[in-house]
Design a protein. Sequence first.
Length: 255
Amino acid sequence: MMTGAREQQLTDAADLLLDARRTGTPIADLPAELRPESLEEAYFLQDRIAAAYGDIGGWKVGAPTAEATPMFAPMPLAWIAASEVTMEGVRRLRGLESEIAFRMGEDLPPRATPYTMEEVVKAIASCHPAIEVLESGFETPLTIERLSMIGDLQMHGGFVYGPAVDDWKKIDFKTEHVVIAVDGVVRVERTGSNTSGDLMRLLPWLANEGAARTGGLQAGQWVTTGSWTGATMANSGSTAKVTFSTAGNVYLRFQ
């Protein structure tokens, strides 16, 4: 249980990161007393940052290995756009990750009995290729304490989705091939490379274990399920294209 004093410290941390993101002037690190010391505190920091950008449009969820417990972060609705968008505003990192995302077609409210995989899949309206854009309020987010990076929205800075995939349930994600190119140059090419091992396991986990925080998944929300290609960096004016062998294409351009 956090005290009011601790909540104020984490709110101060959120304000520092918000200012860094908005101005494009990153900080080296948070002051020691403001750094999150638990996953609960990191999630509190996430929620404070996300609240500054308005409604939540979905959730990013992923796991670094097939055995790891997933982690998740909110995606502000204002940062979600369809393919071929030009990403405007203050941008510094311009990181890119190739992902598979789902749009919910039915609500999955919190309940005592866990949702099964079948129930979650039935609630999905569509599947899409996607690019998660990475941004951070930290100068070098991968070198600071991990909980601080998680608290900074897990480096989330935008979400771009491609057209819905026909017959997506027939896709074998373990053999799906993906290519990410920046300015026409292939940067990464991989097969079956989602870091969670089985990306579908993330969906019931989010619907069940994440429900206390999300308030349940809602129709119209997006769930994006982790990187296939790691972080690829782009520049101002760059165009990025992600191509999945079955799941299709998605594009974006940086202003």
